[in-house]
Design a protein around this ligand. Structure first.
Ligand code: COI
Length: 356
């Protein structure tokens, strides 16, 4: 494994007030960078002060969106130790995204070492306040200076970090979701399962429309029949119907969320039946009308476990659980964040220590 060169900042950045910090707005002192080209492979691994880098305007990423990213978090435990949550899952998923986008994967050990080294350098940026963490954003961009549509020969892999509280301004309070019936996010055979910027770019128009109408996010339906539920803007979705939990299956156009996977594993360990399958919007509407839809929540690294208080489809609004957080949603939030913040025993060995 190559050594990581470290250049420390001489001008530390101002840390945000964690009581009011907005998601992804205040960045830590350092970032990790590593270059790739087909002749040298991955090289020049370095940690340098966070800041702008020079890029030519003809760089391929600006034109053809050959870009992938990940999202994970580092947590400070009550004992003051710092830990990551299932980083190997993000590392593996980034390799799958790279494959889908014709990009080179980063060696798994190197990736983990980069994460740990960067967090140790910026240790003081891992916040202590309850319900906060250090959000970590690894990403890779195509850097060839060329306008022909082909795979880039050179890439830049970066990791930046930022201290965060809740993703939604609502905190752990239920959010209002709009079920999008015009735009679609992804189709099978497309890039839906990959975490690439283009998927999110294509979601912005519907997001703007939803925000204007007072919703937090949109829920996407499948791209072919616009009938089956896929995922929400920044999270996967789960429904509790008559005691059983249902979530859309990973069909190629749904993001394989790490929090989704962890929630399923936790719920099953607690004895709940969890079914991964095709779920039509009509079926959910009917369950809600019949009083059988007990809880709905989203799962995501940024969103953690977010209760959904209402869902609007065309002219109909379903209020779920009286707009309050449900029992399983709460238990899942407490169980998962308990492991992440080290207050609940990590029976699954999901956490990875960062502090030496
Ligand atoms: C995450 O949960 O880490 C995500 O990447 C969602 C996001 C686009 C903020």
């Amino acid at each position: 494994m190559q050594d990581i060169r470290i250049e420390r900042t001489t001008q530390p950045r101002q840390k945000p007030d964690m009581a009011t910090v907005r998601f992804g707005r205040s960045f830590s002192d350092h970032m990790f960078l590593m270059n790739y080209d087909s002749k040298n492979g991955w090289h020049d691994a370095r940690i340098v002060p966070y800041g702008p880098i020079p890029m030519e305007m003809a760089s391929m990423v600006f034109h053809y969106a050959q870009e992938i990213f990940e999202g994970l978090k580092a947590y400070r435990t009550a004992a003051g130790k710092i830990q990551l949550f299932r980083p190997e899952e993000n590392i593996r998923r980034m390799a799958q995204s790279a494959d889908r986008m014709g990009m080179p994967a980063v060696d798994e050990d190197m990736f983990l070492e980069a994460l740990k080294t960067l967090i140790r350098v910026d240790e003081s940026w891992v916040p202590e306040m309850k319900e906060t963490s250090l959000y970590i954003r690894p990403f890779m961009i195509a850097t060839d200076v060329a306008l022909g549509v082909h795979a880039s020969d050179s890439y830049l892999f970066c990791i930046i970090t930022c201290p965060v509280g809740s993703y939604y301004p609502e905190g752990i309070n239920p959010v209002k979701i709009l079920i999008e019936s015009e735009d679609v996010r992804a189709v099978r055979g497309g890039t839906g399962y990959a975490k690439c910027g283009g998927n999110y770019g294509a979601s912005i128009r519907a997001g703007v429309k939803a925000t204007r109408q007072g919703f937090s996010q949109v829920l996407w339906l499948d791209g072919v029949e616009r009938k089956y539920i896929e995922e929400v803007g920044a999270m996967n979705i789960m429904f509790k119907i008559e005691g059983k939990i249902h979530t859309p299956a990973l069909n190629g156009s749904v993001l394989p969320g790490v929090t989704r996977k962890s929630s399923i594993e936790l719920l099953r360990a607690w004895g709940y039946e969890v079914v991964e399958r095709q779920i039509s919007v009509e079926e959910i509407l009917e369950a809600a009308r019949d009083g059988k839809l007990e809880e709905v929540w989203g799962t995501g690294t940024a969103a953690v476990i977010t209760p959904v208080g209402s869902m609007t489809y065309k002219d109909e609004t379903l209020v779920i659980g009286g707009g309050k957080i449900g029992e399983v949603t709460r238990r899942l939030y407490d169980g998962l964040t308990g492991i992440q913040w080290g207050t609940v025993e990590d029976l699954f060995h999901w956490t990875v220590p960062v502090s030496k």
